[in-house]
Design a protein around this ligand. Structure first.
Ligand code: CO
Length: 492
């Protein structure tokens, strides 16, 4: 690959390449539900791009006039963009969770949010209300003919893939009981064991944390299930997968639930980072017949892993690391966030020596990045390219305004930036049919335009993202900043 230097992007007159007002305007609720053919298109949708992008994220940033404390508390809304013969069709629809329906009926907040949103009435009205609002807002996957909206502390919701209608809670063929949970970050093993598998987990944190690992075949039937207990509280959002291991990072955090019980804070606001404790890397053998291995590394906080692979007695894990848990202080409104006061995510590589029981870490990308993705067939294998949301400026914490392509072989980066007025979400990498190289495909992301106050869907050529979008699909409305999504080759 030829790597061209990142071209300078003109800066606005202010020192930072964005305005907070623009950024905040992407966090407005979108109460409308749409279904239409996209007609306002700059450029050309590739004719051989065929399939459906599903995305999930908070759609309501307020409940009947009461703002959520944190976007992660917003009700899940699914968007789909289907591509066929150079045309695109858009839909969005709320996940009709029991809590969403109850609040719509009552026309007021009835639940506390994990990230600090409270019911009206102060601490007295919130104390000892420990019900979880299953807001189904984190990820959406399609597996074994089921479209599932995921939220990591509860059962998935099943949706109709064409209409996005909510069909109800899904217990994964009886595996996840009421009150149980399933990760928002299952992984598709592309076929290390012959056929693709879906690998996911449930975590039950407490004084010790129980991790149950599940593997499903392409029909959705369970292949393996095994449980493990690790000492201490663990906040496990994501994991990494290789042919032989499921890999978890136990961040050095503790949970002091008293302010939550007393109605003063959300549960996630009771998490404290312990900078003097190591991060523990937990390797669980996928076969389930060997003990897990725990290896300590420097303290850091990880939400998302980019990829992992095995190589000559080592396991290599590439992850987005924060210096500490990036939490908001008690009274802080997320729309008034000072990015300089929060740690930025940076891409790090961990080289784990299984025999020695040691891990070495090195920085790969020091620019602020989040939401890593790669070619789906390279998951769990040595790989070359990672695509990831990135800040426009090379240093410091800032909103994601760019997409970065990182070459793990040459350690070079390419950047496409939507600054100063564009804000990007998680990209997806979609291989081109008959692709010749790992980066031969399309990078698709939602980009919120602070100028139009609407969202765009951009399609970039994975081989040369610096060339800018092949197509920009201008939606006549906005979709609030989302979380995770997936692509399927079926056109819905
Ligand atoms: Co996530």
């Amino acid at each position: 690959m030829t790597t061209t230097p990142v071209p300078p992007v003109p800066m606005p007159s202010a020192q930072i390449p964005y305005s907070l007002a623009d950024w905040c305007s992407g966090y407005r609720s979108q109460p409308e539900e749409f279904s239409y053919a996209i007609t306002d298109i700059e450029g050309t949708i590739p004719a051989d791009l065929r399939g459906t992008v599903f995305r999930n994220g908070p759609g309501l940033l307020e409940v009947y006039g009461q703002p959520v404390k944190h976007p992660f508390d917003g009700d899940g809304m699914i968007s789909s963009i289907s591509f066929n013969q150079g045309q695109a069709y858009f839909r969005n629809r709320y996940v009709r969770t029991a809590a969403y329906l109850a609040e719509q009926q009552a026309q007021k907040p009835l639940y506390r949010g994990v990230f600090g949103s409270q019911k009206p009435g102060g601490p007295l009205a919130n104390a000892f209300d420990l019900r979880l609002k299953n807001i189904a807002n984190t990820h959406v996957i399609y597996w074994a003919d089921k479209l599932l909206a995921l939220w990591e502390a509860a059962q998935p919701h099943r949706l109709h893939p064409a209409t996005l209608e909510t069909l109800g809670l899904d217990d994964l063929n009886g595996l996840i009981p009421p009150g149980g949970s399933f990760t928002a970050h299952p992984k598709v093993d592309p076929g290390h064991h012959g056929q693709p598998r879906l690998v996911g987990f449930s975590a039950k944190p407490g004084l010790s944390t129980k991790i149950t690992l599940y593997e499903f075949d392409t029909a959705g039937s369970l292949i393996t299930q095994h449980s493990h207990s690790i000492p201490g509280f663990a906040f496990l959002h994501d994991f990494a997968l290789t042919p032989n291991y499921a890999i978890f990072f136990q961040n050095p955090v503790s949970f002091g639930p008293l302010p939550f019980l007393l109605g003063l804070k959300g549960a996630a606001e009771c998490i404290d980072f312990n900078p003097h404790q190591p991060t523990r890397i937990i390797l669980i053998p996928r076969q389930g017949n060997a003990p897990l291995q725990t290896i300590e590394t420097n303290p850091c906080f990880v939400f998302h892993h980019g990829n992992a692979f095995e190589e000559a007695g080592r396991v290599v894990v590439d992850s987005v690391c924060y210096k500490e848990f990036p939490r908001l202080e008690g009274g802080t409104d997320y729309t008034a966030v000072d990015f300089d006061q929060l740690p930025d995510g940076q891409l790090w590589r961990f080289q784990i020596d299984l025999a020695a029981g040691t891990a070495q870490s090195e920085s790969l990308v020091s620019r602020c990045v989040e939401f890593p993705v790669l070619h789906p067939d390279r998951l769990g294998q040595s790989y070359r390219y990672l695509f990831i949301g990135a800040a426009h400026a090379p240093l410091g914490n800032a909103p994601l305004q760019a997409l970065l392509k990182f070459d793990t072989h040459s350690r070079q980066s390419q950047l496409w930036s939507a600054a100063p007025r564009g804000f990007v979400g998680e990209p997806l990498f979609i291989p081109r049919p008959q692709a010749q190289t790992e980066d031969d495909g399309w990078v698709i992301a939602m980009v919120y335009s602070g100028e139009r106050r609407c969202s765009d869907v951009v399609i970039l050529d994975g081989r040369e993202i610096t060339a800018g979008p092949l197509a920009r699909l201008k939606l006549p409305h906005h979709i609030p900043y989302g979380l995770h999504g997936s692509f399927v080759p079926q056109v819905f």
